[in-house]
Design a protein around this ligand. Structure first.
Ligand SMILES: [Ca+2]
Length: 351
């Protein structure tokens, strides 16, 4: 069986730091409800951070703006360069300073050395909890397995790896995060994060500029999708938190993935990614639509799981947890699988 591994210290430290920064950003009770109605838009617009205004103008030009959005941005925290700054710095280091980050990019070769796993999630305790979760939500997992033709152990393993079965859904307000990234269109806006990097050649400078612009465009599309999701399903965006890169819900979907892959698991007519039924069915639907079949071999399984989060460390972790859950219930592992025996331990690279 697995060896229980301690959670890496830097993971805990990063989480604590994030929590510290975000505690101050929680809305007052009632603020979200007011924002959703748009009732105080005119009055509070005076207090809006001026950095949001070009973004609102763009949303208006694209036909997305409305009184609801005006009200949300009037109550939103001020713009910060942190979301884009962290991302751009990480991308720069991965490209131009690869040595310490090389493990994030190299997929393990089939049949080669054992792939590292995320040892903070691949523990005996996680496997036990995943197996128990299936039992607690037996009808749901049986429904999802039948409806989407995906083994329940794979679905629960994805759920565990993404958010520890819904325990960690991220604490940054998704609207603020994506809006801040969308507003960050140039490297000059990110001096706190890029100022110390060796952007010392014309090639590097051009790469940084192009990358920041591309990520800003990406964030804008995600922001529009988040707004669309909230409007269509009656959610208050001020109440939605997510990962540092804007993934939301128990299943950590990027908003642009919602129209194609999210599922209304409890059939109540709306998609709520913070609802267990909807999240579990959305996970199953996502990988089915990315080519999952229960008859797939090990390597093909890895490739489908990789689509959920672009890391083979991630994919191997999910498959190992699924094998562990099967072993616990006496189900034979999939072809090429085995009861995992731990790994050398690398952390989740993020989306
Ligand atoms: Ca639903």
């Amino acid at each position: 069986m697995l060896q229980a591994a301690p959670r890496p210290i830097f993971y805990r430290a990063a989480f604590s730091l994030l929590a510290f920064f975000l505690l101050a950003q929680l809305p007052f009770p009632g603020a979200a409800a007011r924002a959703a109605t748009g009732g105080e838009a005119g009055q509070s617009a005076k207090n809006m951070d001026a950095s949001w205004k070009p973004l609102l103008a763009r949303l208006k030009q694209d036909g997305v703006a409305g009184p609801d959005i005006e009200a949300w941005f009037a109550e939103l925290e001020p713009y910060s360069q942190r979301p884009m700054g962290l991302k751009a710095r990480s991308l720069f280091r991965a490209k131009f300073m690869p040595a310490p980050f090389a493990f994030l990019k190299k997929p393990a070769k089939p049949g080669g050395k054992a792939t590292p796993r995320y040892l903070d999630v691949m523990t005996t305790e996680s496997i036990r909890k995943s197996a128990a979760f299936i039992q607690t939500h037996k009808d749901l997992f049986e429904f999802a397995a039948l409806e989407y033709q995906v083994e329940k152990e794979i679905v629960v393993a994805l759920f565990m790896t993404e958010t520890r079965l819904g325990e960690y859904v991220g604490s940054e307000r998704a609207l603020w995060n994506l809006a801040s990234m969308a507003v960050s269109t140039t490297p000059e806006q990110l001096d706190e994060y890029l100022g110390q990097l060796p952007v010392n050649t014309a090639e590097r400078s051009a790469w940084v500029r192009k990358t920041v612009q591309a990520r800003s465009d990406w964030a804008y599309k995600e922001l529009v999708a988040l707004i669309d999701y909230c409007r269509k399903n009656g959610h208050d965006p001020m109440a939605i938190t997510g990962s540092p890169f804007g993934a939301i819900g128990l299943c950590q979907f990027m908003p642009t993935n919602i129209p194609a892959y999210a599922a209304d698991g409890n059939k109540d007519g709306r998609i709520d990614l913070f609802d267990v039924d909807d999240a579990v069915c959305s996970i199953a639907n996502f990988i089915r639509k990315h080519g999952w079949k229960n008859s797939l071999g090990r390597e093909e399984r890895r490739k489908v799981i990789y689509r959920y989060n672009h890391s083979y460390v991630y994919a191997d972790t999910v498959l190992a947890i699924a094998d562990g859950v099967k072993a616990m219930s006496g189900t034979p592992p999939a072809a090429g699988g085995k009861v995992p025996a731990g790994g050398s331990g690398k952390n989740k690279s993020g989306k």
